[in-house]
Design a protein around this ligand. Structure first.
Ligand code: FEO
Length: 163
């Protein structure tokens, strides 16, 4: 496969692993603050990110390419309120969407139709990712500082099965 595309796919694998790491840190933070439902939501999100990385990993191998695993950057240490954390998650997803679109553009420019096709799944997935983080932000904004509303949301988010 084209070396520029291979490098870009490896970069995306790294970004997805970093996403998993980011959400895992958020999950641990929520668990430490006894927001068990938010913690479950973030833990499931981390698992999804790992699945995204593996989807690209398998694809690179399937195309006879080389998987180059690099250092995964540490997640942020200061996380803030539940609203701030979900706002960070939404901003993160928007950044990932931009990366996927750049990758898509690169595949198109290089007439790599197989990669373009593979990336279609990710384009659709990013719409869902932004939607679920965006809805969480709106719900948390509505709850504000009302602890009983926050606890209700915590319980609701804990019921997440998969998205
Ligand atoms: Fe793999 Fe949340 O984007």
């Amino acid at each position: 496969m084209n070396k520029t595309i291979e490098a870009a796919l490896n970069q995306q694998i790294n970004a997805e692993l970093h996403s998993a790491y980011t959400y895992l840190a958020m999950s641990a933070h929520f668990a430490e603050k006894d927001f068990d439902g938010f913690s479950t939501w973030m833990r499931m999100q981390a698992q999804e990110e790992l699945a995204h990385a593996m989807k690209l990993y398998d694809y690179v191998l399937e195309r006879g390419g080389h998987v180059a695993l690099e250092t995964v950057a540490a997640p942020a240490k200061k996380l803030g309120t539940p609203l701030k954390i979900f706002e960070t998650a939404l901003a993160h997803e928007k950044k990932i969407t931009g990366m996927i679109h750049d990758l898509y553009e690169l595949a198109r420019k290089n007439k790599d139709y197989a990669t373009e096709n593979q990336l279609n799944w990710f384009v659709t997935e990013q719409v869902e990712e932004e939607d679920s983080a965006g809805r969480a932000v709106e719900q948390l904004k509505r709850a504000g500082d009302n602890m009983s509303a926050l606890l209700m949301l915590d319980q609701q988010f804990g019921a997440r099965s998969s998205e």
